[in-house]
Design a protein around this ligand. Sequence first.
Ligand code: GSH
Length: 217
Amino acid sequence: MDVVLHGYRFSVYTRVAQLVLIEKDVGFQTREVDPFDIEQANTLSKLTPFGRVPILDHDGGRVYETLAIAQYVNDAFDGRDLAPSDPMAKARMFQVISIVNSYAYLPLVRRVFSHRVFRPLMGETGDESTVAEGLSASAKVLAALNDICNEALVLASDRLTLADLFLIPMIDYFVLAPEGALALAEYPNLSRWRVAVSQRSSVQQTRPDLASLGLEE
Ligand SMILES: N[C@@H](CCC(=O)N[C@@H](CS)C(=O)NCC(=O)O)C(=O)O
């Protein structure tokens, strides 16, 4: 049965879903829907009540919310298991995902990356105080993730899990801001983790084409 991923090409959460599908070796089609475009609100409202991407269709069923999509893909398809069986490692994986969703996405992506990188690429002006606020909030997040890398139950080079796949898109965007790159450099374990995961083909294949921004009609 066909797998269809509705998402937006610059969305970090869409990239998480793409990473999971690719790492599970699941073929899929993509349908582009921009959640920030008011003209596409109608299309999106038929897919999800919350106006967010991604959304996955498979086998006559629909799933929204990235963690649910990731879990579904991991359970529904053969291939490498992206969740550890050890209870503490599994808890740590969900801990990382929860940190990403609750404490990382807003400061790293919506504040630092959006205002320092994305908006200027779109010909808009980013807000300096929002960048500063995001950077300040990022310190605690990076420190916690650095400790988790050090412990090596997850975010470890010998075992890929959903924790890696949720974190990659957020960190990749964050370090495109010069302040973000400098901030990450303060955390050696997390920096090493990023260098290691960046070698993966899935990570390279899903890197958003920011150069195309501002070139659209
Ligand atoms: N809780 C949602 C969050 C997804 C999300 O925030 N997606 C962003 C794009 S990366 C979005 O659709 N934003 C639209 C908006 O904020 O209106 C999930 O886990 O899927």
